[in-house]
Design a protein around this ligand. Sequence first.
Ligand code: NDP
Ligand code: 8X3
Length: 248
Amino acid sequence: MKKTAIVTGATSGIGMAICRRFIAAGYRVVATGRNKVALDALSDEFGDDIITLEFDVRDRSEAASALASLPSDWADIDILVNNAGLALGLEPQFEGDFDDWDAMVDTNIKGLLTMTRLVVPAMIERGAGHVVNIGSVAGDAAYANGSVYCATKSAVKAITDGLRIDVAHTPLRVTLLKPGLVETNFSNVRFHGDTDRASNVYKGIEPLTADDIADAALYAVQAPAHVQIAEMLILATHQANGSVIVRK
Ligand code: NDP
Ligand code: 8X3
């Protein structure tokens, strides 16, 4: 029987790449997201190897009902990939937008916690499971104009470390992936659809691709059962940390 992974934010970027990589590697995937068109396209592409669930990770009751709707032979989740997340805005904290802050905190922190709380108890009961959280280099230290996004990713680091402690007496493994610059829809979302501003983020440097991060996720989940990849910081070669990026 194939192992089952659930991936949040599967409708774009890193989440979609993880779905593809995992399916190619012999897993089956529960792909979750808000974009029905993208979810349906994944369903058409992967047939029996995928089930899609449409919900917003900020809505706890929607998330719980969606998970409860899984067919019984898909209910045992082996891997939870908490990927859904976003940055909104890039401005000094004293000019930040309250709605942007709420969306980042509610998605990146509370959405991730909701999914963990809903999925992990059954893993503990079954004595098997792996949680992969997508943090960021942004969680290592604040960078200019990104304080709230950076804070949410610092929270993801603390939450991931805390979960690892809380399940250390079980066979469960907990991994934090911390990518640097990855070219996805991330910057379009951050700049509210300003594509020129978004493309400048990746100018003069070869950024990571979503596939690079999917490779790291696959490596972590395929490690032998006694090996826990606790954390990986994955940067483009000319990026040194959240603030130092050397462009041509
Ligand atoms: P994308 O914008 O391409 O993908 C983000 C995904 O998250 C989309 O599928 C989006 O769905 C989903 N999502 C956002 N909000 C919600 C929500 N409330 N409920 C359900 N799904 C939601 O960006 P990335 O692939 O780059 O981002 C994926 C993760 O990687 C994020 O956590 C991000 O913070 C992190 N990351 C990204 C980096 C980068 O440079 N790109 C670097 C480090 C970390 P929808 O289309 O419906 O909004
Ligand atoms: C995304 C990477 O550096 O744009 O988390 O914040 S960065």
